[in-house]
Design a protein around this ligand. Structure first.
Ligand code: NAD
Ligand code: 0WE
Length: 258
């Protein structure tokens, strides 16, 4: 059934044990995938050490720095994959960033540079990583990214990230259309709010989580491991007929009108 043995999977976006990407990496490992992990390097190497310790039990065969704002790091990541693995089967895109100033207050006051940064890191990176992954996905593949309802509805304070996610979801469709003939599928998971490094830095996230717990059909939020299970499904042959889709893993919140 759900079997990823023999599959090479690159997972981006692990920062700590609350990261959604960490939930995904654990479930891909459980399904038998061979993992490559990338992290966002900092000057002092603290992130490298922290993420390396965290992922050690998953025995990643590649562990590489990859800041998506750095063209050279992207090139070298995929060059290493080509040399060490020969082919890539799975790409998990699980990263986003906007300046904190742009995640509160008036959307109309978003600066040009804040807008560009949010879309460069959160949206363009999927296009770019897919472009370099494409020639390595010689036996077909699955690309999965993470989105949020704020890309479809106006959610207070999500602001410029909503525009980034709208662009991300449309990028999923254009990439799916382009890569389908090569049997590369591209899908997004739209996760409900989860407490992570990124979301905890946002004012009012706890109130949002309590709102979901009251309104969502399942009367709770979702976990990183539930998102990981959906990602494992989208990476496996169980989802072989699915591409270009946005799969909601949100305890049903998205269907509700009130
Ligand atoms: P997180 O902070 O654990 O993950 C965000 C990751 O982005 C970090 O690992 C960080 O290192 C990485 N990153 C930021 N800038 C980068 C850059 N320039 N190059 C490479 N990596 C960079 O938070 P998370 O909540 O797990 O976020 C992961 C994804 O899930 C994001 O796309 C986010 O929008 C999405 N998402 C989160 C929630 C939520 O409520 N937490 C809900 C739906 C979707
Ligand atoms: O996509 C996200 C988080 C994205 C994010 C968060 C931060 C905080 C720290 C991107 N960049 C930054 N930059 C920082 O400096 N989510 C879906 C979680 C989230 O963020 C929100 C939410 C939810 C939910 C922001 C406002 C309102 C709701």
């Amino acid at each position: 059934m759900l079997n990823l043995t023999g599959k090479n999977a690159l997972v981006t976006g692990i920062a700590n044990n609350r990261s959604i990407a960490w939930g995904i990496a654990q479930q891909l490992h459980k399904a038998g995938a061979n993992l490559g992990i990338t992290y966002l390097p900092d000057e002092r190497g603290k992130m490298e050490k922290k993420v390396a310790e965290l992922v050690e039990p998953l025995n990643p065969s590649l562990f590489l720095p990859c800041n998506v704002q750095d063209e050279d790091q992207i090139k070298s990541t995929f060059e290493t994959i080509r040399e060490q693995w020969g082919k890539l089967d799975i790409l998990i895109h699980c990263l986003a960033f906007a300046s904190k100033d742009d995640l509160s207050g008036d959307f109309s006051q978003t600066s040009r540079s804040g807008f560009n940064t949010a879309l460069e890191i959160s949206t363009y990176s999927l296009v770019q990583l897919s472009g370099v992954a494409k020639p390595l996905m010689t036996e077909g593949g699955s690309i999965v990214t993470l989105t949020y309802l704020g890309g479809v509805r106006a959610i207070p304070n999500y602001n410029v990230m909503g525009i980034a996610k709208a662009g991300l979801e449309m990028s999923v469709r254009y990439l799916a259309a382009e890569l389908g003939p090569q049997n590369i599928r591209v899908n997004a998971i739209s996760a409900g709010p989860i407490r992570t490094l990124a979301s905890s830095a946002v004012g009012g996230i706890l109130d949002m989580i309590h709102h979901v717990e009251e309104v969502a059909p399942l009367r709770r939020t979702v976990t990183q491991l539930e998102v990981g299970n959906a990602a494992a499904f989208l990476c496996s042959d169980l989802s072989s007929g699915i591409t270009g889709q946005i799969l909601y893993v949100d305890a049903g919140y998205e269907i509700m009108g009130m």
